[in-house]
Design a protein around this ligand. Structure first.
Ligand code: SAH
Length: 352
């Protein structure tokens, strides 16, 4: 077992089974052994590759979309340009480079990053060319207009899982069988009114941290203006067991190597929307959003200066970000914006 596995097994032996959310929080953020707290997991040599690491076009286009929204809202200044879980800082760096020519944008912005990992904070400081302030949570973001990006942030937040059985709902817990870590079920009340009529055997997930994060963002946007663009994999009320452990690009059992594997779950975008009174977009697949924001034109422009392997990699990256069989439809995008202001470009109003 890993050192963190031993610690958590001792804790379970002493105080009883843990919720999946507590388990995930320890595995990802434990100060000495947590997955994000101790390493740079990104890139081809890491455990997974994210969209900003695949191509500079991703951050450029999202940055420009946010800048357009800022212009549409009358260029409020000063304002907060924020990112949740910036990883290596690549998305923010690309967004800043692309928005250099937007009149007044750089003069007015203050970069704020919500990041708990000290290792990744250091990396972000090296990548992002402007001074930035770091936060452990969205609660301390400034009271100011807020323009915010979040890519693959919500999927890293701890979830709880519930299953409907013959006699009602049960919560999936992490317990011990001898000295082995195992999943078990504990009786539970109905986890969320949305699931009241779900049939037996249904598995559902909740993300207890997400509503408070959305609430803090909403409060800034509601009072001072702004917009938020969220990109993640998941769906509208995602169903089933979506907990996934990934190590060196291979899936593994979520209890196999605590602290050494990345743990994620699909994002329930409906739950995010229920946590805010702000007007919002419909859910739009990443591939469609990027095409509407002009990725094909940007790709052609970049390709003009490339040859050989570099050009091949660039074409493959374009395909990977947009093709429905790749990240194009697995990843979904959502925008919130200040009441009475236009949606950020590329987004549609919700159908319902
Ligand atoms: N957005 C980046 C990285 C995604 S990985 C990219 O697209 O490449 C998730 C990021 O969120 C990491 O930076 C991780 O350290 C951070 N993170 C995870 N849980 C967090 C939490 N509860 N609070 C703040 N940051 C968190």
């Amino acid at each position: 077992m890993t050192p963190l596995g031993l610690l958590l097994a001792q804790r379970i032996a002493a105080t009883g089974p843990m919720t999946l959310a507590d388990w995930m929080a320890e595995c990802l953020m434990h100060p000495a052994h947590g997955y994000y707290a101790t390493r740079d997991p990104f890139g081809t040599k890491g455990d997974f590759v994210t969209a900003p690491e695949i191509s500079q076009m991703f951050g450029e286009l999202l940055g420009l979309a946010l800048a357009q929204s800022w212009l549409d809202q009358g260029s409020p200044s000063p304002f907060t340009l924020a990112e949740l879980g910036p990883g290596r800082g690549t998305l923010m760096a690309d967004a800043l480079r692309a928005t250099h020519g937007v009149p007044g944008f750089h003069e007015g912005l203050q970069v704020h990053l919500v990041e708990t990992s000290p290792t990744l904070r250091t990396m972000q400081a090296r990548t992002i060319p402007l001074p930035a302030q770091w936060h452990n949570s969205t609660i301390t973001l400034p009271d100011a207009p807020l323009f915010l990006l979040a890519n693959e942030f919500f999927d890293a937040l701890p979830i709880r899982q519930y299953q409907r059985g013959t006699t009602g709902w049960h919560e999936r817990m992490v317990g011990l069988d001898g000295d082995r870590l195992v999943f078990g079920l504990a009786p539970s009340p109905l986890p969320d009114a949305r699931f009241a009529t779900d049939p037996q055997e249904t598995v559902v997930e909740t993300c207890p941290a997400a509503p408070a994060i959305i609430d803090a963002i909403s409060a800034r946007i509601l009072h001072h203006g702004g917009a938020a663009i969220i990109v993640d994999y998941g769906g509208w009320r995602s169903k089933g067991d979506t907990l996934q452990a990934l190590r060196a690009h291979q899936p593994e059992h979520p209890l196999a190597n605590p602290g050494l594997a990345d743990l994620t779950a699909h994002v329930d975008f409906e739950a995010l929307c229920l946590a805010t009174p702000l007007p919002r977009s419909g859910l739009i697949p990443q591939g469609i959003l990027l095409k509407r924001l002009g990725i094909d034109q940007r790709a052609a422009r970049l390709a003009a200066g490339m040859t050989g392997e570099c050009l091949e990699n660039h074409r493959a990256a374009h395909h990977r970000l947009t093709d429905p069989a790749e990240m194009g439809s697995l990843f979904q995008t959502l925008a919130f914006h200040a009441p009475g202001t236009p949606l950020p470009p590329g987004f549609d109003a919700p159908e319902t």
